[in-house]
Design a protein around this ligand. Structure first.
Ligand code: AMP
Length: 216
């Protein structure tokens, strides 16, 4: 049986969001993106959003205690009973420890960790080409579009905007934070659970096929 408790791990821009959506629909479990949760809070202007906004715009990490609280609420909810795809969490060893504590209440097993491996320079290029549709939130790479003026998801015209944290200086800081604070999380899971490493530079379809074949 395919394991449905999954952490998608990798640098910003490695393709976690894209693969998480595909996997979530194939396995019929929710896609939990902490970045999306925070962006929604920012756009709604909630207390959490107020705290997170400047941190996110600088490419830094929102404090572990706040993130632990968010993820606890989501994972304890009914929708995650059959499984979950975590995208963007845990991002520090402390968050991995908090996750262990939460899971020990609801699910004794460790999730499988899938690492999408992509070199930094490819990431900088990818993220500088990334746009978000301001109408529906769809994420695209401009280079993959035949018509760069129309959103392929909702059909809106001239709706693409660049996320503030996709500016090159911020991208480089996010990569620095990734190498310093997030990459060590893999070491934390070594020997505790299965870690599947996938070459994330292949096409979206190839990466998702590889993940499914390795999961089964
Ligand atoms: P993402 O969309 O996953 O790249 O996340 C966008 C931004 O949200 C990150 O650069 C962080 O500032 C913040 N963020 C998302 N998830 C976390 C997390 N698990 N811990 C701390 N900050 C996070």
């Amino acid at each position: 049986m395919i394991k449905k408790q999954i952490i998608l791990f990798g640098a910003p821009g490695a393709g976690k969001g894209t693969q998480a959506k595909i996997l979530a629909s194939k396995l019929n479990v929710p896609h939990i993106s902490t970045g999306d949760i925070l962006r929604e809070a920012v756009s709604k202007g909630t207390e959490l959003g107020e705290k997170a906004k400047t941190i996110m715009e600088a490419g830094e990490l929102v404090p572990d205690e706040i993130m632990g609280g968010i993820i606890k609420e989501v994972l304890m909810s009914e929708k995650c009973k059959e499984g979950y795809i975590l995208d963007g969490f845990p991002r520090t060893t402390k968050q991995a420890e908090l996750l262990d504590q939460i899971l020990s209440h609801i699910d004794l097993d460790y999730p499988v960790v899938i690492e999408l491996n992509v070199e930094d320079e490819i990431i900088v290029h990818r993220l500088s080409m990334r746009r978000m549709c301001s109408n529906c939130g769809y994420i695209v790479n401009l280079e993959s579009l035949e018509n760069q003026d129309v959103c392929p998801n909702c059909g809106a015209k001239n709706s693409f905007i660049k996320r503030k944290d996709d500016d090159e200086a911020v991208i480089r800081n996010r990569l620095k934070v990734y190498h310093e604070s997030t990459k060590p999380v893999l070491k934390y899971y070594e020997g505790k659970t299965e870690i599947i490493i996938v070459d994330g530079t292949q096409s979206v379809e190839q990466v998702s096929e590889l993940i499914i074949s390795k999961l089964s």
